[in-house]
Write a protein that binds this ligand. Sequence first.
Ligand code: FES
Length: 178
Amino acid sequence: MSDTNHAPDRRNFVTKAAAVVVGGLISVVAPVAGLFTVFDPLRRKSDTRGLVRVASLASLPESGEPRKFPVLDTLIDAWNKTENVPVGSVYLQKTGDNTVRVLNSVCPHLGCSVGYNASSHGYFCPCHRSSFALDGAIADPKSPSPRGMDELEAIVKDGEVWVKFQNFRKGSPDKIPV
Ligand code: FES
């Protein structure tokens, strides 16, 4: 039999072999890619996941005077990733060598912006005259705010303050995340 009679068989064999190789590669690569997806959180720095870097610890006065900072986050939807979007603001107060107190600057009464009064060492909401102590507790019992200022979770890592920024339901005595 001539060699030309074997050509279609050879082509068929090569095609089938290529299909087996490609199929094999897909069956190996797909599960490995899946494992990367499943274990992706383990590959990230887990201690700052869900936190936003707000300021350096060195920018806070040693005296314990609070400073107000904007909170800029990265927002991601199905199509876009937008960095440095203002999502709120917080007061940072240095409470120790490596510790901070973080208060959301939004008034828990109806959502006005709370100011800091250096002369009285406390916070004051100008809208309906709620006042708060340095730790965020209600200072004047006549304050209409149903709860103290909302303290937020935070860590200090490599000299930077990272905050778990959250807003809470206004007008409620309970701190309910929204
Ligand atoms: S909004 Fe702050 S006291 Fe009403």
